[in-house]
Design a protein around this ligand. Structure first.
Ligand code: DHB
Ligand code: FE
Length: 454
């Protein structure tokens, strides 16, 4: 992966980034569990039994048993999480930090009393400072490495061969797809009502899309949607959140969980995008536990029907459009461009689609509920296709006045549109499909498929 990691050549230092976090997820979560007295007691009573409850790797468990903090860090641990294990053993932060330096406790303490370690010679690997030596290791870690040596050599060889063959091919965005995500559409599917006169014309508009999807199946869908007070309540309100987990369960929105498959994530690409996009100055919230609501599952049904398994991976990307202030259209459009750069810098030849969901005109509240503005919606589609930059300058208040209070969901379409090639100087996208229908429940249904030209 060609990520900007300028910290890799700082000696004796591991920066806890998205990749480390992915690797160390269960190790760190295990450590967090030790903040409860009951758990500490159970762990102390029978370490192996307690560790067996956690889906950590065998190596992480061995590192914990050996209480080797350098080893735990090498397998993805972060000191603030690991400190809960140290605290359980009665250690101070000074004892924990010192244990990683190869010094005795007294030597480390004396160094700190003398003013601490000097950065001179310790800024870059290969300088002559006192933090340049080999990392101190427990006997258990050395033994583990010796045993793993043969297997390791083979896997390095394998990884290098694979890396050479894909070195010139990165991930690319093949298309963007846009739709409304009304829960009643999901209910119509779940209860076998799609052929009823009310629903048939709407589902008709997605017949082409399902065929198109079979011919244009991507490896990963980057799915922009909003959580509707489902996973995120008022205790935490992230503006932008990326799902980096391996799996996401369908949420229970009060009617019971929808009978749809679990969503398979793509932790490696998601972590890569998180790292790249945050380095481009967008502050994403990284979410490893996320239940997905109708905002995500209904569009999946519209494109795939209801198979036993979804046929590709999905990276959920949540945008707050529930509590003001919500992000502006311009910021969403710029974010889409950052996401495109992130995806194109991923060194694996993945085909990625980006979907924008929500809208079109709808208002779910108050005496103005039921507002529909088909003319405005269709102009929105025209502008989204032909001049999204100009469209992105539209202020929130115009969405509210013209498309209803919940029509603000349409800003999410600008994230998907910003990720298309023409925005970065490439060819204009091909409009493979366009559909508009009123109503589905309280909402105007809009749908677009835009293909990037090869
Ligand atoms: C409706 C539409 C939505 O986008 C939503 O999130 C909830 C309900 C509706 O039209 O009923
Ligand atoms: Fe919605």
């Amino acid at each position: 992966m060609s990520l900007n990691k300028p910290y890799l050549d700082v000696p004796g230092t591991t920066i806890f980034d998205a990749d480390q976090s992915r690797k160390g997820y269960w190790l760190n979560q295990f450590c967090m569990s030790l903040m409860k007295a009951d758990n500490r007691a159970r762990f102390k009573q029978d370490e192996d039994a307690y560790l067996a409850e956690w889906p950590m790797t065998d190596e992480q468990k061995a590192a914990v048993r050996a209480r080797d903090l350098n080893w735990m860090m090498a397998t993805g641990g972060n000191i603030y999480f690991l400190s809960k294990l140290g605290a359980t053993d009665g250690l101070s932060f000074q004892q924990m930090a010192g244990s990683m330096t190869g010094m005795t406790e007294q030597q480390y303490r004396d160094m700190m009393v003398r003013g601490g370690r000097h950065p001179e010679g310790n800024r870059y690997k290969g300088e002559g400072g006192d933090a340049q030596g080999p990392m101190s290791q427990s006997e258990a870690w050395k033994a583990w490495q010796a045993k793993a040596q043969n297997g390791l050599a083979a896997s390095v060889q394998q990884a290098q061969t694979a890396a050479n063959s894909i070195a010139t091919m990165g991930a690319r965005i093949t298309a963007s797809v846009y739709f409304s995500h009304v829960p009643a559409i999901g209910a119509a599917i779940d209860h076998g009502k799609t052929a009823e006169p009310y629903w048939a014309p709407m589902f008709q508009g997605f017949e082409f899309s399902k065929r198109w999807m079979k011919e244009h199946l991507p490896d990963v869908i980057f799915l922009v949607y909003n959580d509707h007070a489902t996973n995120f309540d008022l205790s935490v309100i992230p503006t932008f959140a990326i799902g980096t987990a391996a799996e996401f369960e369908p949420a229970d929105e009060g009617y019971g969980p929808r009978p749809v498959p679990r969503v398979k994530g793509h932790p490696r690409l998601a972590s890569h995008i998180a790292q790249s996009v945050i380095q481009q100055d967008f502050d994403l919230t990284i979410v490893n536990q996320l239940k997905v609501d109708h905002g995500l599952t209904v569009p999946m049904n519209l494109m795939f029907g209801t198979p036993a398994e979804w046929p590709c991976a999905v990276i959920p990307f949540h945008v707050n459009v529930v509590q003001y202030p919500v992000p502006s259209g311009a910021r969403c459009f710029a974010l889409g461009q950052a996401i495109r750069r992130a995806i194109e810098s991923y060194d694996e030849p993945l085909k990625v689609q980006i979907w924008g969901t929500g809208g079109m005109s709808h208002q779910l509240q108050g005496p103005r509920a039921g507002l529909i503005n088909a003319e405005w919606d269709n102009r929105f589609l025209d502008r989204l296709i032909a001049d999204p930059k100009e469209l992105s300058a539209m202020p929130h208040i115009d969405y509210v006045r013209e498309a209803g209070s919940e029509g603000i969901e349409l800003v999410m379409w600008l994230i998907a549109r910003g990720a298309m090639a023409d925005v970065a100087g490439g060819a204009a996208p091909k409009v493979a499909h366009r559909f508009f229908h009123v109503p589905a429940s309280n909402t105007a249904v809009g749908h677009l498929i835009l293909e990037n030209q090869a």
